[in-house]
Design a protein around this ligand. Structure first.
Ligand SMILES: *[C@@H]1O[C@H](CO)[C@@H](O)[C@H](O)[C@H]1NC(C)=O
Length: 496
C-alpha cells in the first residue's frame, strides 16, 4: 500500500523526511566523542596543573589540600560541578577509567590511550596519597555544605577544606575497598609501560584492601563522617560489596590465589548471592558479577558459576525479548532509573554489556535467560542503542555530551564552566558574587568539552537549565565508563 502512494499525496513534511532519512540513521563520530570524553577529566582536575594541560581555561586550585591535617592531599578530581573531593566516587571513577583501558585500551588510537592513562594516573596519584599514612585513609577534602553555598571557581575557592579520614576506630571498608579496586585495576594499565609505578599501585591496593578487611564498617555510619559525605555520597548499600570487588580486582591484577579463596570463602557472608541489579559508585554488584564471571568462563573456576548466573540475570533485565522483569526505559528508549544523574546508570550498564559480551564471545558462551539465549552481539546492540541515544539519536535530537555534535547542553551545572575563566578574568570572584553567572540564561563561557550530563527525564525531555542539577550536572562517574565504551564503538563502527 505504501509503495502505491502517489508522490503528490505526500505532505511537504513527509517529502523532506523521505529525502533526508531520519537523523538517527547518521553514523556517529565515535572517535571524536572518545577523545572528548577523556578531555573532560582535565576540566575536573584539582591541584597544580601540569604543563601539558589541554583544558587551558582551568588554573591551579586547592594546592594546599591536606594542610589542615599536616598532610599532602593535593590533586585528584572534583566529583562534579562543585569543588569537593569525595573519595568514594573518585575511587570508583578511577576504577572504571582503568577497567576501560584494561578491556578496550588496545582499541584506542595511541594518542587517546596516552590521554586515558594520564586520566587514570591523575586519580591514582591522589589515591596513593590518601593511603600513605598507617592506619588512616583520607576519604574527602572540602566541607560540602559550605562549598555548595557558593558559586565559585575552584581557582578562587575559599571555603573550608576540611579533611575527613577513616581509621581502625572509625572504619570505612567501602572507600578503602574501592580504593583497593582502583589501584589494582590501574596497576594493569601501567604494567607494560611503567612497571615501578604498577608495582607501587599493586602494593597500595594490597594495603588498602587489608585495611578495609581488617577494620570492617561503612564510613557513613560514623556521625562525623556522615556529616561530611552524606547526603551526597552516603554508603547506602553497605561495605560488603566493596570488599568482594576489591578482592576481585586484586585477584585479576595479581593472579594471587589468596584473593580467589577470599571470594570463594566470603561470597555468601558478604552478600554475593543477593543478586542486586545495580552498578554505580555505591553498589558494585552487577559489575562484580561480570568481573568474576571472567574467572568462571576463562579460568574455568567452576565454584564461581553463581557469578555468571547473576550476571546473566542482570543482562536478561536489559534485553526486551527476555521474559524476566525489565528495567525501565523512556519512550525514546533510554535506560531510566529515578534519582537524578540518570546517565550514570546508562554509561555503566553500557560498559557492562560490552565487557560481558567480550567475555562470553571469547569462550563461545551466551546469556541464559531461561527459555531464551541471548548472544554477545545482542548485548552489543543494546549498548549501541544507549550510546547512540546519548550522542543524539533521541527525541530532543541533541547530544548529551558537551561539545559533541551541533546541539548539546550549553548551561551545565558546573561552577568552573559557568563562571568566566581565570585566564580571561583573573580578578577574584567571591562566593556570592558568582550568583549572577549561576542565574544567567547565557551559555557557559567555558564549554567543559566531553562532559556527559545527568541527562533527560523519564519523558526524554531536557531543558538545559543550569539550576536543574539532576539533569544538567556532569559527574566523573558518568564519564568514566563511557571512555571504554566509545573506544569499542570507535574501533568497530569508526570508518564508514
Ligand atoms: C598473596 O597474597 C597474600 C595476602 O593476601 C600474601 O600474603 C602472599 O604473599 C601473596 N602471594 C604472592 C605470591 O604474592
Amino acid at each position: 500500500m505504501k509503495g502505491c502512494l502517489p508522490l503528490a499525496a505526500l505532505s511537504l513534511h513527509a517529502l523532506v523526511l523521505l529525502l533526508h532519512p531520519a537523523a538517527s540513521s547518521a553514523a556517529h563520530d565515535y572517535a571524536d566523542a572518545l577523545a572528548k570524553s577523556i578531555l573532560f577529566f582535565e576540566g575536573q582536575r584539582s591541584g597544580p596543573l601540569p604543563p601539558d594541560q589541554r583544558a587551558r581555561w582551568r588554573g591551579d586550585s586547592a594546592v594546599s589540600d591536606g594542610s589542615l591535617d599536616g598532610v599532602d592531599l593535593s590533586g585528584g578530581y572534583y566529583d562534579a560541578g562543585d569543588n569537593v573531593k569525595f573519595g568514594f566516587p573518585m575511587a570508583f571513577t578511577t576504577t572504571m577509567l582503568a577497567w576501560g583501558v584494561v578491556e578496550f585500551g588496545e582499541l584506542m588510537p595511541p594518542e587517546q590511550l596516552r590521554h586515558a592513562a594520564a586520566a587514570v594516573r591523575w586519580g591514582t596519584d591522589y589515591l596513593l596519597k590518601t593511603i600513605a599514612h598507617p592506619n588512616r585513609v583520607f576519604i574527602q577534602v572540602g566541607d560540602p555544605l559550605r562549598d555548595h553555598e557558593c558559586w565559585e571557581r575552584p581557582e578562587d575557592m575559599d571555603t573550608a577544606r576540611t579533611v575527613y579520614d577513616v581509621s581502625p576506630e572509625r572504619p570505612g571498608s567501602d572507600v578503602a575497598g574501592e580504593t583497593a579496586a582502583a589501584l589494582a585495576a590501574a596497576s594493569m594499565v601501567f604494567r607494560e609501560t611503567d612497571r615501578p609505578y604498577a608495582d607501587r599501585l599493586l602494593d597500595g591496593a594490597f594495603r588498602a584492601f587489608d585495611f578495609a578487611d581488617s577494620h570492617r564498617g561503612a564510613y557513613s555510619d560514623d556521625p562525623d563522617l556522615k556529616a561530611g559525605g552524606c547526603p551526597f555520597y552516603c554508603d547506602f548499600d553497605g561495605y560488603q560489596d566493596e570488599l568482594l570487588w576489591g578482592a576481585a580486582w586484586l585477584r585479576r591484577a595479581s593472579r594471587n590465589d589468596s584473593f580467589l579463596s577470599y571470594i570463594q570463602d566470603n561470597g555468601k557472608t558478604l552478600g554475593a548471592d543477593d543478586n542486586i541489579n545495580e552498578f554505580g559508585w555505591d553498589n558494585k554488584h552487577a559489575g562484580l558479577n561480570v568481573l568474576v564471571s571472567k574467572e568462571f568462563l576463562e579460568g574455568q573456576i567452576f565454584s564461581l558459576q553463581s557469578y555468571k548466573e547473576s550476571a546473566d540475570s542482570f543482562m536478561c533485565t536489559l534485553v526486551p525479548e527476555s521474559s524476566s522483569s525489565h528495567i525501565q526505559y523512556t519512550p525514546g528508549g533510554l535506560i531510566y532509573k529515578p534519582g537524578g544523574s540518570n546517565l550514570q546508570h546508562v554509561t555503566s550498564i553500557a560498559f557492562l554489556l560490552l565487557t560481558y559480551a567480550n567475555y562470553l564471545s571469547k569462550t563461545s558462551q551466551y546469556v541464559d535467560c531461561g527459555s531464551l539465549s541471548i548472544s554477545p552481539a545482542s548485548l552489543r546492540a543494546q549498548a549501541k542503542k544507549q550510546v547512540d541515544y546519548i550522542l543524539g539519536d533521541n527525541p530532543m535530537k541533541m547530544s548529551y555530551m558537551v561539545g559533541y555534535g551541533d546541539r548539546f547542553p550549553r548551561r551545565i551545572h558546573h561552577r568552573g564552566s559557568s563562571l568566566p575563566s581565570i585566564a580571561d578574568h583573573p580578578q577574584f570572584i567571591a562566593c556570592k558574587e558568582g550568583s549572577v553567572y549561576y542565574s544567567s540564561t547565557d551559555a557557559n563561557p567555558n564549554p567543559l568539552v566531553g562532559a556527559v550530563v545527568g541527562g533527560p527525564g523519564e519523558d526524554d525531555v531536557y531543558e538545559d537549565d543550569r539550576a536543574d542539577f539532576r539533569k544538567s550536572e556532569p559527574t566523573t562517574y558518568i564519564n568514566a565508563p563511557v571512555v571504554g565504551v566509545l573506544a569499542y564503538f570507535a574501533a568497530n563502527y569508526g570508518a564508514q
